[in-house]
Design a protein around this ligand. Structure first.
Ligand SMILES: NC(=O)c1ccc[n+]([C@@H]2O[C@H](COP(=O)([O-])OP(=O)(O)OC[C@H]3O[C@@H](n4cnc5c(N)ncnc54)[C@H](O)[C@@H]3O)[C@@H](O)[C@H]2O)c1
Length: 372
């Protein structure tokens, strides 16, 4: 199948108005594979249908690249999170037919495991059971929650693979933008492998030093990824300027925060020769092109940050060997994700070396053929 055969429109998109209550939102099913699709649920005040559609397309790309036999979807709810119990009950009633019909909706920005439990319960949906599929022998949380660092693990594997492929053998100086679940796990992964974290940014600004001790920073970071400035180690520099993480002298930049963090306006400040996207849609198209033209290498999120989505899809498609004990099962999932990320990173860089444009469409076309 050639690239031109990919439909530009999603398989379907539905507006959510609410059942037994009012909500505003959308579910976009970008693609279906054997009647199945999945993706997270995002709840922010500014989420739009176009944003949900873009994220659903990214899910299709992630699963295609990973060789998972499931389509991409995403849900969005417009809300500031007040009265969340009622919002998620209404959401659960509204998306009940989708959940039971093979559209698995999980967690994304602004939605917690507790919120997911509310909408699963209200919909009477338990992903352990699906018509025509073997039952999962363990419940969803027992399976999924120990895998919290899986996304960071994959992003770390992408970074290490790209560093190796660059031929530079010395340890890299790394700046991590975003110190949430993903940023913290990547920082630990890279430090454990001998790289030096020289900068870390959260929503309040950028912290830098010749060497930042990751464990000490993690210890003073709250559940929202905010670092307590009153307890910082001595001799760190603080910069609250916009995008100050771009000014830190580093070889490798990990983007693990908001959408379009790297964009057409700030990309000229990029100092790192390698950028790995830990977040979704972390850089806009123009920034990607300009970074490439300036000689930097960029590994996109659809390759690097598949850990969370892939580990959920491995369960929904019943690919995981559930009979393994907890630790062995976790190691199996981490290895599976690491292997896919490594292979995709290597192949992307090989295509990039042979052509001037964006290498992703060619890699997607190859993986689409393989998955058929
Ligand atoms: N958690 C996952 O498994 C997963 C999987 C795939 C993609 N993602 C994406 O990765 C990104 C990070 O996810 P997370 O789970 O770590 O989120 P999180 O909410 O745990 O942490 C976000 C971090 O980014 C920081 N941040 C927010 N705005 C910022 C700004 N303007 N400048 C600098 N830092 C800023 C926050 O302070 C926090 O440290 C999101 O885009 C998310 O959608 C997450």
């Amino acid at each position: 199948m050639s690239d031109l055969d990919i439909p530009q429109d999603p398989a379907f998109a539905v507006h959510l108005n609410g059942s037994g209550g009012a909500i505003k939102g959308w579910v976009v099913v970008d693609s279906l594979y054997d009647g199945l699709a999945m993706g997270g649920t995002r709840m922010t005040t500014g989420v739009t249908e176009a944003e949900v559609a873009g994220l659903a397309r990214d899910m299709t790309h992630k699963f295609t690249l990973a060789g998972l036999r499931i389509g991409g979807a995403k849900a969005g709810i417009v809300s500031d999170g007040s009265d969340r119990e009622e919002t998620f009950k209404t959401f659960g009633r509204t998306v009940k037919p989708l959940l039971h019909g093979g559209i698995h909706l999980g967690i994304d920005m602004g939605v917690t495991p507790a919120d997911r439990a509310v909408f699963f319960q209200e919909a009477g949906y338990d992903p352990r059971f699906r018509l025509g599929a073997p039952d999962m022998p363990i419940d969803w949380r027992t399976y999924y929650e120990p895998l919290i660092d899986c996304t960071g693990h994959g992003v770390g594997v992408a970074a290490v693979t790209a560093l190796e492929e660059s031929g530079r053998t010395e340890s890299a100086r790394v700046v991590v933008q975003g110190f949430g679940a993903v940023g913290r796990a990547v920082a630990r992964f890279l430090e454990d492998r001998g790289h030096v974290i020289v900068g870390v940014a959260d929503v309040e600004g950028t912290i830098s030093a010749e060497r930042l001790p990751v464990a000490d920073l993690v210890a003073i970071t709250d559940e929202f990824g905010r670092i307590d400035r009153s307890r910082l180690p001595a001799e760190v520099r603080l910069d609250s300027g916009p995008d100050a993480w771009l000014d830190v002298d580093a070889d490798l930049l990990i983007l693990a925060a908001q959408k379009n963090a790297l964009n057409a306006e700030n990309v000229h400040r990029l100092r790192a020769y390698l950028v790995v996207e830990g977040g979704n849609l972390s850089s806009d198209a123009e920034a990607k092109e300009k970074a490439r033209a300036a000689g930097a290498t960029l590994v996109p999120g659809v390759i690097a940050n598949i850990g969370g989505a892939a580990s959920a899809a491995l369960a929904v498609t019943r690919t995981v060997p559930f009979e393994l004990a907890a630790e062995a099962r976790k190691a199996w999932v981490f290895d599976w994700v690491g292997d896919r990320v490594r292979r995709n990173t290597r192949d992307l860089l090989e295509i990039a070396a042979a052509s001037a444009g964006d290498p992703l469409p060619e890699l997607l076309a190859i993986r689409r053929e393989e998955r058929r």
